[in-house]
Design a protein around this ligand. Sequence first.
Ligand SMILES: [Zn+2]
Length: 323
Amino acid sequence: MEAKEVIELVKDLEKGKNDDSHVLKILQTLDKEVVATEKLLRETKVGVEVNKFKKSSNVEISKLVRKMINSWKDAINRSKKIKLQQAQANNTNGSGGSGSGAHNSGSTVDSNVSGGSGASDVSPDGNVSGSSDTRKQMKYVSTVPRNAKNDGVDTNIYNHKLRDMVIKAFYDALAKGSEHPPKSILATCKSIEEEMNKAYDCDSNEKSYKERYRVIYSNIISKNHQDLKHKINNGDITAVFLANCDTKELAPEHLKQKMEEITRQNLFNAQGATIERSVTDRFTCGKCKEKKVSYYQLQTRSADEPLTTFCTCEACGNRWKFS
Ligand SMILES: [Zn+2]
């Protein structure tokens, strides 16, 4: 049964909650049709609603509810166990947050099926390990020195001698010693060239276009500027910036300042975001064990890294973070 249908039935159940035969009919339908998954229970809150009838004075209803809740819990616990085994097999990166730890103990099942608002969420650990796996798969390892030719990348994008030459030169420079996949490097090169061409049209303004190319290229290959390449590949330094910045700004010292400024900006944004903190019961405070935790998420590193989640316990003020 689709989540949408379940939600409709849940609404129906709530509306006719004083009519025992109505309640029983809906419960029986749900019992027959619902395949319990954590996602479905979370989305529909069906577990929470059904559980409200556990203490019904109608024995037929209360008995059915107990049976349903138990079988849903079983189903979710089974899939949790499988997930956990997979996670252990993958040797998940330990996330320090006390919230996530408590979360893994299976408390989600209870909060989803029987307790509280049921607004619990999938384990953040699950998400994090998932994305780091993806990153591992994305790592590009080459046995030969990397460049467009060895990577099998076609840099003839525009059938324009100069523009394609620039893309190829950027590619060779950025791919050398990198573990980024060819597709991602080519995309980066294309967008740098595109921004360059927007700023200095290569046909009408060839001299400036070439000049900009030389500045960017020489900085990328510069030995005392090792991490520039990394930052460009990671997307920490954008194509727009490379194409339009004051060329002085590409010098290592200036760039360092620029990066510090970006970091400050990020922190500033984070403080702004605290206004939009949301309170959730998906995390448990490690200190007082309350489930009144507000959190916000932030990209503290590069865009392909997982988000960092900053938690504050609304009950005791305990703070922690994890990613
Ligand atoms: Zn607390």
